[in-house]
Design a protein around this ligand. Sequence first.
Ligand code: FE2
Ligand code: FE2
Length: 316
Amino acid sequence: MAEAKEAFERLLRKGELIESVAEMTPEYLRELKHTLTVSGDTELISAPAYYLAAQRAPSINAFMTGIAIIQDELAHAHIAYHILEELGEDQEHLIFSRDPKSFRYPYAFDVPLETWTELIVANLFYDQAGFCLLGDIHEQCSYGPWKRALNKVMLEENFHLRNGRTWARRMAQAGGETKAELQRAIDWMFPLTVEWFGLPDSIKTHSTQLDYRLKGKTNDQLRQWWLSTVVPYCEEIGVRVPAHRELVDGTETWVLDYPFPCTFDAEAKRWDFQNPCTWDDVLARWRARGPRNAEMVATFQEEFHTFRRVHPEAVA
Ligand SMILES: [Fe+2]
Ligand SMILES: [Fe+2]
């Protein structure tokens, strides 16, 4: 037992890849499963979240692009759940039989994307967040099968965020009400994505994921990376985002122009920048989940169980 642990730690220290359960310690397996579950759940839930808005696409071409992105996200989810199954979990249970509140995805997806414009801003902000988080895992990941599978995922995430960028530029250039609608979506979705990266490093307890090379950057480093991609792009196309760059302790840093964290009204999709809150308040909001949580999980769970009940012979 002690020998196996030593061999595992040697692999990890040397920067080599873990390839099978036999090479892992129980603690590493637990942390790997947790990281994969967050990834699978995030990819899976983005499908119903995007589908609500894709139905409002302004053309057949745009609709097909929306559907292609949704198809990609489902394939990404499948990669994570398939690996979890190889690690001893039951994929069917994970997807179809869990309580909606137990799904581990960012709170942002619980706030409905109701227009094509909001889907575009989701591609611009949420897929960029996914790109940063997965890009970090892709680079650092100590588990071989996942690291290799992420090659394909990264290429596709790139396509998603390109769709966001191309459309956002077009809408900003159109001006008038089109640009105003884009700005309104940005106003509530930007702070929601800033939150996506979690607690700041100053209050976050030690991350085992970093020790196990299941991620390489801290929450604040990932948030900075995301800000460094979206803020200059938004400025370039002429839309406002509440952040700027300044020297902090001699380092160029992206700084938010509003109190972080802050109070959010999910029903009204409105931030109250005059009303800062604590991280305990944010954690309570995340735990309670948002307006669309149960409804989105039902979109893929309900029919699964109904069909099996009505047609048991077809699924035996
Ligand atoms: Fe994805
Ligand atoms: Fe994506």
